[in-house]
Design a protein around this ligand. Structure first.
Ligand code: NAD
Length: 257
């Protein structure tokens, strides 16, 4: 039997990359999937890749917009009757501008990568509380644990926008887990190392990529499908009493205590 038979999962940012990888695997495991993606082109392209694999719908969603997050939860519940799983995967990564160190840009990245995860969790929580069960899986990054940056062309203070939002997601996971556990809801987090998505190929310079891979224990590059098993575990009954945890999957680089 598939491990997530009949479960309803919202996966944010599932139009491409790691989120699409999660969506494919969740369908294989019997879940019904909501592709909650801001970019319509990516959303539609993702849906094409999911065709024939199981029950999936696309709901255009901006996780940084409270009304859009609420509407996504509502449409999911109206379509599938419930919400069992939320994967907070969406973030500004492919489209991030690491050269913009302004305060305004820091606020923008925060509003998507960190506040967006909170807004989506807030939107699904009432449904999960009512049914007395739920699984929330946040997406951090090895960037939260690494103080190395690709070389930049300025000498002032960076705003560390991507890394600090990913560190914030680790903390958010613990607070949400502590509060929602009493309702049968677990909250965990995955922190992938550099994974070979289109976004990585665009954002991370090849020489930096090579250097980072060489520093890992396994000396190999991760693909999106290498992360999906951990998401299935957190979403399944096997992880019933596992909450507030962050699992780093990076081939052996960060190894936080
Ligand atoms: N690829 C990596 O090496 C890596 C490593 C660690 C963590 N991560 C994290 O994994 C996740 C996916 O990474 P990826 O490589 O697939 O990146 P990606 O940029 O290709 O995917 C992110 C998706 O989120 C969508 N999105 C952006 N803003 C949104 C919003 N406001 N509302 C809804 N959707 C929005 C984008 O359109 C995109 O499809 C991100 O959270 C990223 O930070 C990636």
């Amino acid at each position: 039997m598939a491990r997530l038979d009949g479960k309803v999962a919202i996966i944010t940012g599932a139009g491409q990359g790691i989120g699409l990888g999660y969506a494919k695997r969740f369908l294989e495991e019997g879940a019904k999937v909501v592709v909650a993606e801001l970019d319509e082109e990516r959303g539609k392209a993702g849906m094409q890749e999911l065709e024939g694999k199981g029950e999936a719908i696309y709901v255009r969603t901006d996780i940084a917009d409270p009304e859009s997050a609420e509407a996504c939860a509502k449409e999911t519940a109206e379509t599938f009757g419930t919400i069992d799983i939320l994967i907070n995967n969406a973030a500004l990564y492919h489209d991030i501008d690491n050269t913009d160190v302004s305060f305004e840009y820091l606020q923008k990245v925060m509003s998507v990568n960190q506040h967006g995860a909170w807004l989506m969790a807030r939107a699904v929580a009432p449904y999960m509380v009512t049914q007395g069960s739920g699984r929330i899986i946040n997406q951090s990054s090895g960037a939260a644990y690494s103080y190395l940056f690709p070389p930049m062309e300025f000498s002032g203070l960076g705003n560390f926008s991507y890394s600090i939002t990913k560190w914030g997601v680790v903390g958010l996971t613990k607070f949400m887990a502590a509060q929602l556990g009493q309702y049968g809801i677990t909250v965990n987090c995955i922190a992938p190392g550099i994974t070979m998505t289109e976004a990585t190929k665009k954002v991370v310079p090849e020489e930096f990529l090579g250097g980072m891979t060489a520093m890992t224990a396994m000396k190999q590059r991760l693909e999106p499908e290498d992360l999906a098993g951990a998401a299935v575990f957190f979403a399944s009954d096997d992880a019933k009493f596992c909450t507030g945890q962050t699992l780093v999957i990076d081939g052996g680089l960060a190894m936080p205590a």
